[in-house]
Ligand binder design. Structure first.
Ligand code: AMP
Ligand code: ZN
Ligand code: FE
Ligand code: FE
Length: 289
């Protein structure tokens, strides 16, 4: 198991563990550099940083995972070291939050039209205070016995272009890259192999200010990582990675620290952030090796 994981979700979006629980868990698993990257929200950052004060050896990178669209597919952008108090970021998160509620309502309606009788109240209860997302709808479908697991929910109903799918408020990947940079963060393309025509998309995003590629992602094989590393080298992008841990499907999920992120990734990410003049939390100051 490694000590770095730069892609983790909490109950602020669609993860199961609260930010404090996740911090305890990653520390007890021996992780030392982690980033919380909830979908379109930074609500988990402050409680996570507070909890992380208990563990001086743990470095917590404030992050976000922004949902965007390129033609024909969804594209996720990670923002590391982002100023989670930035007013522009708050505007984005507020807009996304209300859109997510509207979208989830519309998806429940579509499911009802398909004869799957989950209730909006049921989904609301499952989501609680979280930034609602499709996994919460999937849980309602599982609860009612319509499907057996998350993959099935996305494959049959909730995935892009499937019968219960509804588009969300659209920003482009380029807009997200600019917004992350404007809010003091380092923009990184999440799980690039899920993006249609990814070499062209990456090239376009580099022009917009992309700084990194998530290469050591839980689902990517050694060969796939090698291909991505070559692109990163060519485009001068920093390599990041993580488990995308949600804690909601424990039988199948890769645990924090188990995504095969090499130990020098932290050093390289920090070097890039420093090079870009990005504000780095105090706990990282002593991290030079
Ligand atoms: P949303 O925030 O509503 O766009 O939902 C995105 C989240 O749904 C992802 O981060 C994953 O947690 C989950 N997800 C997306 N596709 C799948 C899939 N094929 N199987 C299981 N979970 C998925
Ligand atoms: Zn998620
Ligand atoms: Fe993602
Ligand atoms: Fe994610």
């Amino acid at each position: 198991m490694g000590s770095i994981d730069l892609h983790l979700h909490t109950s602020a979006s669609d993860g199961r563990l609260t930010p404090a629980q996740l911090v305890d868990m990653v520390y007890s698993r021996g992780l030392r550099i982690v980033a919380i990257t909830d979908h379109d929200t930074v609500d988990g950052i402050e409680p996570a940083l507070k909890q992380a004060e208990r563990y001086p050896a743990l470095m917590m990178i404030p992050g976000i995972e922004m949902s965007t669209y390129a033609p024909g597919c969804e594209v996720h952008l990670l923002g590391y070291f982002i100023d989670y108090t930035h007013p522009k970021l708050a505007g984005f998160c507020t807009r996304m939050r209300s859109d997510r509620v509207e979208r989830a309502r519309a998806m429940v309606k579509k499911l009802n039209g398909l004869g799957l009788n989950i209730g909006w109240e049921q989904v609301e209860t499952i989501a609680g205070d979280s930034n609602i997302g499709r996994p919460h709808i999937a849980m309602a479908l599982i609860e009612k016995g319509y499907i057996n697991g998350f993959d099935e929910a996305f494959e049959l109903y909730l995935g892009y272009g499937k019968p219960a799918y509804v588009d969300r408020f659209k920003i482009t990947p380029e807009e997200a890259v600019s917004l992350i940079a404007e809010c003091g963060g380092l923009p990184v393309l999440a799980h690039p192999l899920t993006v249609d025509n990814y070499p062209a998309v990456i090239a376009g995003l580099c022009t917009a200010g992309l700084e990194g590629l998530e290469i050591y992602y839980k689902d990517f094989s050694r060969d796939e990582r090698r291909v991505l590393l070559r692109i990163a080298e060519k485009m001068n992008l920093v390599a990041t990675g993580g488990s995308d841990y949600h804690g909601i499907d424990n039988s199948l999920e890769v645990l924090p620290g188990d995504a095969g992120v090499p130990e020098d990734v932290g050093k390289k990410l920090l070097a890039r952030a420093r090079e870009k003049g990005i504000d780095i939390p105090g706990s990282f100051e002593r991290y030079t090796c």
